[in-house]
Ligand binder design. Structure first.
Ligand SMILES: Nc1ncnc2c1ncn2[C@@H]1O[C@H](COP(=O)(O)OP(=O)(O)OP(=O)(O)O)[C@@H](O)[C@H]1O
Length: 257
């Protein structure tokens, strides 16, 4: 189990503040979803939290260690990262793309120890990719390829899973399956932080929502605590109807506010 903490992360590019004074804590056992409009700084915040960008101010810690001091291998053993853009260098078979998730353990395609092969097999099963293993990855549909990249991240079996829009290309059934997969990973003890744009999906599955607007975290709490029509209008500029029954909150987006 690992804990990710961000303290006052601030980052500028070309004189413009992209992220300002962002602090949060990602706990094991919690599915945290990061939401906010296009350009509000979500991807930049994830990259700062992972140490892929150097903050101007503040720091991100994994288990008390500044992420910028971790080697790429040490970081990969702590945190799996599914970036928003996922380039494929060449048309590798699906199994080999997923096996790249094991590089931090010394594995490479064609050189997998038994535990690497077992982790790859678990990721293939979790992402429902059985039957695709030998396909060249560049022949897959957009949604199939998205599941391969997710499987690569899952194959790391790192205690933290940080994903940027993992369900964007997926059909509704797979969106729910992936959200359930993330919830399951979290409730097994991982810390899971994922960007999503689908607000009803976030309302349904998130244990915690972090709301971003103009580079700042403007709310951080449970769905019940933070999901209000007023906040949706303020952060996203949308009118929405929220219905609360005993244990569920249902969100219907009506349109622009
Ligand atoms: N290197 C850079 N130089 C200048 N501006 C940048 C740079 N990187 C990002 N930005 C800008 O910073 C803002 C935040 O970008 P970011 O990718 O973090 O947003 P986001 O919330 O993830 O957006 P989306 O929902 O569209 O993916 C955007 O306006 C983007 O154009």
């Amino acid at each position: 189990m690992s804990v990710l903490e961000a303290h006052g992360l601030t980052y500028h590019a070309q004189g413009k503040p992209l992220v300002t004074d962002a602090s949060f804590r990602l706990e094991p056992g919690e599915l945290t979803m990061l939401i906010g409009p296009n350009g509000s700084g979500k991807s930049t915040l994830l990259r700062l939290a992972l140490g892929l960008l150097a903050p101007d101010v503040g720091e991100a810690l994994i288990d008390g260690t500044n992420v910028r001091t971790l080697s790429p291998v040490a970081r990969a053993r702590k945190a799996a990262h599914l970036p928003q853009t996922r380039p494929l260098a060449w048309p590798m078979p699906v199994r080999d793309v997923i096996a790249l998730g094991r590089f931090a353990y010394g594995a490479a395609p064609g050189r997998l120890a038994a535990e690497d092969s077992a982790a790859v097999a678990r990721a293939i099963a979790a992402c429902r990719l059985a039957g695709f293993e030998d396909r060249a990855a560049d022949t897959l549909s957009g949604g199939e390829l998205a599941r391969v990249h997710l499987a690569r991240a899952l194959a790391t079996e790192a205690p933290l899973l940080i994903a940027d829009e993992p369900v964007a290309a997926l059909d509704p059934r797979y969106q729910h399956e992936v959200a359930q997969l993330f919830a399951h990973a979290a409730h097994e003890g991982r810390g899971v932080l994922t960007v999503v744009h689908d607000l009803p999906l976030a309302a349904r599955y998130a244990d915690r929502l972090i709301w971003m607007k103009d580079g700042r975290i403007v709310a951080n709490g449970t769905v019940e605590e933070t999901m209000t029509a007023a906040r949706l209008a303020d952060v996203f500029g949308i009118a929405a109807k929220i219905e609360r029954s005993e244990s569920t909150l249902t969100l219907s987006v009506i349109g622009p506010a």
